[in-house]
Design a protein around this ligand. Structure first.
Ligand code: 5GP
Ligand code: SF4
Ligand code: MG
Length: 465
């Protein structure tokens, strides 16, 4: 998901709509905005579909007045899949001291247990979302102001959270103690901005101030500016390495480094680790493009767009059902036959999850007359599900969970299939010495199976580490 918030500008909701549009790649199912105005109070609008199809209407935006607003773009991980407007964020709760609205990116790993406990004690849940627990925990806290109630609530939850929240007068941003999901602070005029990624600051002309640090909470008001607190026991940082590989937009900056440059570097490492004799390097667009550019540069094999993407389709992975996803690949990608014919082609993609994309693409490339097909993947085999906010399927559906690399190669029937090593990936994201196996510098659980937070709800349901 993507989260965004603004304080201290006229008609903040308009800025939020723009910010969410720039974060649309983080979630395409639905979006929502909550604003606050001193006279009109809290207002909210939550809609299915793209930001540009909903939050561009003047009549809707006029219902969201005020100098303070937050928003969310959703892609379901926890909670029910598919249609239920009650699961669309931001969530708003009216309780002592005027209430609050929150937008959450990530996934809480003990939400089932918390929900059971809260329901037993009388909480009435409106949605099936893990994030709603936070509102109920805040409503029950005995602290005397909302930021402190939020600290209270967040000390009870486990898992990954980057949160943008608001009260009547404050914009609040928090990252979980390990900083699994991103969150940055920006400045626009006299106002302040919180955003999942820097690409959404650019769109509203805001300047990046800095990243919110793992375990940090910032409370921003027009009166006092930015105040920072540290509600949690310090822990080693575990930023999601997959944000670098796939999830973030390539024009965003993470840790002072452009995501595009990191991805290009992944391609360079990949070419060094898994060289191949071929005539053409093709990306699987768009997610494989920067890595393919790096691969071509390092290997000296010419780069070409052998697969053309229809720009009017969304990301395949985020389509909720398998059937739609299967169709999606063909609706979205087509082969550039004239370029491919008779060539030995290296196809570079960011990841293999179920193998649906790679299989379809291999067929298309061979149908177009390629002499050989070599897959090069810009991440290690995805063998474990993510429980921290990226929607990977159950373990059984992951190709790499049940097959060796050679079995996957046969399954896809390609001439070769190679993945970047974990060490190579760490080098590419800027860890010159590779992965520190005693205390990995990132979360890489979907590749390594080493979960930095025990996924307790899932273990309760029978998941085996
Ligand atoms: P597959 O078809 O193997 O199931 O999925 C691989 C494709 O989906 C890749 O081309 C990649 O761009 C995209 N993708 C891979 N992993 C993820 C993921 O965890 N989350 C999302 N949203 N998309 C992914
Ligand atoms: Fe990111 Fe993978 Fe960790 Fe999930 S399990 S947070 S996708 S690195
Ligand atoms: Mg892709």
């Amino acid at each position: 998901c993507g989260v965004f918030g603004v304080i201290g500008v006229a008609d903040a909701a308009n800025f939020v709509a723009l910010g969410l549009h720039a974060l649309q790649h983080r979630g395409q199912e639905a979006g929502g905005i909550v604003s606050h105005d001193p006279v009109e109070g809290f207002n909210s609008a939550r809609r299915f579909g793209y930001v540009r199809d909903n939050f561009t209407s003047q009549s809707l935006m006029q219902t969201l007045p005020g100098p303070l607003a937050i928003g969310h773009v959703r892609y379901s991980t926890a909670g029910s899949k598919g249609a239920a407007i009650r699961d669309v964020q931001p969530f708003f709760g009216e309780f002592a001291m005027g209430g609050a609205a929150i937008a959450h990116n990530g996934n809480l790993t003990n939400a089932d247990a918390l929900r059971r406990e809260l329901i037993e004690r009388g909480s009435i849940f409106q949605s099936s979302s893990d994030s709603e627990c936070i509102i109920h925990l805040m409503a029950r806290s005995l602290q005397r102001n909302i930021p402190e109630r939020m600290e209270d609530a967040l000390r009870r939850v486990e898992g990954a959270f980057s949160i943008v929240a608001m009260t009547r007068t404050k914009l609040i941003g928090v990252r979980d103690p390990m900083g699994v999901r991103p969150l940055v602070l920006g400045k626009v005029g006299d106002g302040w901005v919180l955003s999942s990624e820097t690409c959404a600051l650019d769109i509203i002309g805001a300047q990046l101030v800095r990243e919110i640090e793992p375990g940090e909470m910032v409370v921003i008001s027009e009166k006092h500016g930015v105040e920072s607190v540290r509600p949690f026991r310090p822990q080693p940082a575990k930023f999601c390495i997959f944000e670098h590989v796939y999830f973030s937009r390539p024009d965003s900056i993470i840790g002072g480094r452009s995501v595009y440059e990191t991805r290009r570097q992944i391609g360079v490492e990949l070419a060094r680790e898994t060289p191949v004799e071929a005539d053409l390097v093709c990306p699987v667009p768009d997610s494989g493009t920067p890595a393919a550019i790096g691969f071509a540069h390092e290997s000296g094999i010419p780069f070409g767009m052998g697969i053309i993407r229809n720009q009017y389709m969304g990301r395949t992975f985020i389509e909720p059902t398998e059937q739609i996803r299967n169709m999606g690949v063909r609706l979205k990608l087509n082969v550039n036959r004239a370029l491919i014919e008779g060539k030995r082609v290296v196809l570079v993609d960011d990841s293999v999850v179920r193998g649906t994309t790679s299989r379809k693409i291999k067929e298309m490339i061979l149908d177009a007359g390629a002499a050989e097909v070599h897959f090069r993947i810009a991440s290690p085999p995805t063998a474990w599900p993510c429980f921290y906010g990226v929607d990977t399927p159950q373990r059984e559906k992951l190709l790499a969970a049940t097959m060796t690399e050679e079995e996957m190669r046969q399954h896809l029937s390609v001439d070769s299939l190679k993945f970047i090593s974990l060490d190579g990936l760490y080098r590419a994201v800027g860890e010159a010495g590779g992965r520190d196996n005693n205390c990995p510098q990132h979360c890489d659980a979907c590749f390594s199976g080493e979960y930095p937070v025990i996924p307790s709800d899932m273990i309760q349901k029978g998941f085996q580490l």
